[in-house]
Design a protein around this ligand. Sequence first.
Ligand SMILES: Nc1nc2c(ncn2[C@@H]2O[C@H](COP(=O)(O)OP(=O)(O)OP(=O)(O)O)[C@@H](O)[C@H]2O)c(=O)[nH]1
Ligand SMILES: [Mg+2]
Length: 233
Amino acid sequence: MKEYKAGEIRNVAVVGHGASGKTTLVDALAFVSGSSKRRGTIKDGTTLTDHAPEEIERVYSINVSCAFAEWQGVKVNLIDTPGYLDFQGDAIAGLSAADGALCLVSVSSGVEVGTEKMFKAAMDSNDPVLFVVSLMDKEHANFERTYQQVKDRLTSKVIPVEIPIGAGAGFSGVVNLFTRKAYVYKTGSRSGEYEETDIPESEKETFEHDYQELIEAISATDDARVEGYLEGG
Ligand SMILES: Nc1nc2c(ncn2[C@@H]2O[C@H](COP(=O)(O)OP(=O)(O)OP(=O)(O)O)[C@@H](O)[C@H]2O)c(=O)[nH]1
Ligand SMILES: [Mg+2]
């Protein structure tokens, strides 16, 4: 087995309310990175981190469990935590072993009590938090509504870094605000294969708005940057 130096390891706790898609996402990240050779599903009881018989039977996570994704030479340990409130103590223990948190917010249910609790726990331990809006392929998915909920109920200090293209059955990719490119999933792909393209016309207005917000948020982090920004830099 490959040995990693400390600088090549990140420990990330995957947190959020029950059924927000944590276990599915961990499995998918491990698969897409090539660290796992098989794409598991909750329905078949074949995910990497829900392997206890009780978890498979009940179709939700009970234990804190770890998988990893190697990405650009870094081993990202993905600590899958249970979202069910009864097991929250374990989820918080998983968070305390991590350097940062990936907090899932389901687009179907929005911010829930489990999201609030885990976000607060991450803040209490000074962990950086990356939100993932999940289940974008579900009917009536609305990214903007979920983003505003995070802003109103969890923190005003949140900025979009990737925005979805389409929603529900039409969800077809993401626009990355840093690269200013679109990543459009290949039709029929189950392994996240995508094509890099220019930002589609339909997403340009949202992109311009969110990009402005991103730049303003970055500028506000120090005085020299604010000055540069106000002078048109
Ligand atoms: N349509 C759709 N279904 C999803 C997606 N992600 C997860 N699911 C389904 O949503 C259900 C819950 O997913 P899990 O991955 O078990 O969610 P979890 O957050 O780990 O749930 P707990 O362990 O109970 O906290 C399962 O039936 C998944 O198949 C998604 O992106 N799209
Ligand atoms: Mg789970």
